[in-house]
Ligand binder design. Structure first.
Ligand SMILES: *[C@@H]1O[C@H](CO)[C@@H](O)[C@H](O)[C@H]1NC(C)=O
Ligand SMILES: *[C@@H]1O[C@H](CO)[C@@H](O)[C@H](O)[C@H]1NC(C)=O
Ligand SMILES: *[C@@H]1O[C@H](CO)[C@@H](O)[C@H](O)[C@H]1NC(C)=O
Ligand SMILES: *[C@@H]1O[C@H](CO)[C@@H](O)[C@H](O)[C@H]1NC(C)=O
Ligand SMILES: *[C@@H]1O[C@H](CO)[C@@H](O)[C@H](O)[C@H]1NC(C)=O
Length: 468
């Protein structure tokens, strides 16, 4: 009290209040006025320090991509008048595979075809990765619910796309065996194949639908009196051009593939403990991301990345190996003035190396999920598969203040694309010109995420083909 009454200190106090209040006010104004994602009024002191653990987890889990689920945005796709619904045609995605980035890509391409052709589907399954050899991606089919919230998916489509029946792979139904031939969808991405524009088979959604219909009629083993079950080969980011659709459709279609509650709960816990352990006070569980708390980094240097040749520092893909990636991520943390880095990596010794380097060079603290869970929660985490454990990171990184990843990884790129939905739409250069923000050594930078290095094949496909 005595100190505050001294005139000099009073001025400091007022200045302090102003300096704190003005940016907060600007921030609140920015998000409420410009970003319709903020459904509730943002009360600054709502965070891990002021609410209890279960409330934090619940509020965190209630938030998917920042918005309330809006099924009318998905029904925008399903209610297009030119869709001819054909309940007797059932599509089954045959060979989705890889980590979350690729599997999402495979499933959304498939769903786009199913909706536009008015077909029904078998709930998609995908190949599992071997637990002993991470490079072995063909280890037997695993169910949808390994990654995704099945109830949420089915409820979403039942409400928004009632004419599309979803069969469970081993459900209580008698689907006939699939046709002998497997169907391969032509790309719908005219932007990738402009040369086909004036040909008989342009790469457009309607041409893909026509292609499927004439393919079905040409199958000798088709029984016109029964359901036709068709195995569909996977495609990757060759489906709908996401940027040709309204943001609400993009966001809500994307959030139909919500991760399983076990994973999301662990991610909420990790975030809660991160806030308490490292004294972070702007982690409000209701926000889609936290403006000034931590850098989220995806360190992609595990052995399978090495085996795939991803870590070779050849131009044009710089920032490739351990030093390349960590130098880039540290420079980003310093630039954004973030003292804490949350790192995702499947290799604990790589994490320790990064932590030593960050502390030595910049006095930056590096933390990760296993350091942030209690023994009980840790054993829940360790009971999950390698890819499922990675999903916990996916969820935590998605809400980081600034995100840093490596171009070869579709996991990282997909996080950046999802986060791009939080960016003020007036500043969204991506929507106008996908290539604008790229640099020789930088695949993506929208102010909230940076993807270091280059991988043009993937960039071209993901920028407009991957769903948030
Ligand atoms: C939901 O999406 C529809 C269609 O895009 C839009 O008209 C409506 O305003 C959205 N509702 C909310 C609450 O965002
Ligand atoms: C399977 O479905 C049929 C009709 O839809 C129903 O009569 C039967 O009880 C179901 N069986 C099981 C095991 O759920
Ligand atoms: C359709 O195929 C299933 C499975 O092969 C068979 O049980 C059913 O009798 C067939 N229905 C018709 C109408 O042919
Ligand atoms: C983890 O990284 C270390 C080097 O830091 C390497 O020796 C080891 O083989 C890697 N293990 C896996 C599973 O990636
Ligand atoms: C390093 O950071 C910590 C807190 O983040 C601080 O307490 C400490 O003084 C810093 N050390 C140096 C050498 O800057």
């Amino acid at each position: 009290m005595a100190i505050i009454s001294a005139p000099g200190h009073r001025i400091q106090l007022i200045a302090g209040v102003l300096f704190t209040a003005i940016p907060l006010w600007l921030l609140a104004w920015h998000f409420r006025v410009r970003t319709p994602l903020f459904v509730s009024r943002h009360i600054p002191h709502h965070n891990a320090w002021t609410i209890d653990r279960e409330t934090f987890i619940q509020e965190w889990m209630d938030n998917q991509i920042g918005n309330e689920p809006n099924n009318s945005a998905i029904s925008f796709l399903c209610r297009q008048p030119n869709i001819k619904w054909q309940p007797d045609v059932v599509l089954d995605l045959d060979d989705a595979n890889g980590g979350i980035g690729n599997v999402r890509g495979n499933i959304f391409d498939f769903l786009g075809l199913a909706i536009l052709s008015g077909s029904s589907i078998v709930l998609p399954s995908f190949q599992s990765r071997s637990s002993t050899d991470l490079s072995a991606l063909w280890n037997g089919k695993i169910p949808f619910s390994t990654f995704f919230d099945e109830d949420h998916f089915i409820a979403t489509f039942a409400a928004a796309c009632p004419k599309m029946t979803i069969y469970k792979p081993k459900g209580n139904h008698s689907l006939p065996p699939p046709l002998h031939n497997r169907y391969g969808m032509p790309s719908m991405r005219q932007d990738l194949y402009p040369d086909t524009r004036d040909t008989e088979k342009p790469n457009t959604p309607s041409a893909a639908v026509k292609d499927l219909q004439s393919w079905i009629l040409a199958q000798p083993d088709r029984d016109p009196k029964n359901i036709t079950l068709i195995s569909v080969g996977r495609t990757l980011w060759e489906g709908l051009d996401t940027r040709s659709l309204p943001p609400a459709v993009r966001r809500d279609f994307g959030s139909s593939l919500r991760l399983i509650p076990e994973v999301r709960r662990l991610a909420a816990l990790v975030t809660y403990n991160l806030a308490l352990t490292h004294h972070l006070h702007d982690i409000d569980p209701r926000l889609p991301y936290y403006p000034s708390s931590f850098l989220g980094a995806h360190l992609r240097t595990e052995n399978d990345a090495k085996n795939a040749g991803w870590l070779e520092n050849a131009t044009p893909s710089a920032h490739a190996d351990f030093d390349g990636q960590t130098d880039a991520y540290l420079s980003q943390a310093v630039e954004r003035n973030l003292q804490i880095i949350y790192v995702a990596s499947g290799n604990i010794s790589e994490i320790s190396k990064f932590a030593k380097k960050a502390s030595l060079l910049h006095n930056i603290t590096v933390t990760h999920k296993t350091a942030l869970l209690s023994p009980t929660d840790l054993s829940t985490l360790q009971a999950l598969s390698w890819d499922q454990q990675g999903l916990v990171d996916y969820e935590v990184l998605r809400r980081s203040s600034s995100f840093a990843g490596y171009a070869k990884s579709s996991f990282a790129f997909n996080i950046a694309i999802t986060r791009n939905e939080f960016v003020d739409w007036n500043r969204e250069s991506l929507r106008l010109k996908p290539g604008d923000r790229r640099r020789e050594d930088l695949a993506f930078d929208d102010g909230v995420s940076r993807i270091w290095g280059r991988f043009e094949w993937q960039e071209e496909r993901m920028l407009r083909g991957a769903w948030p």
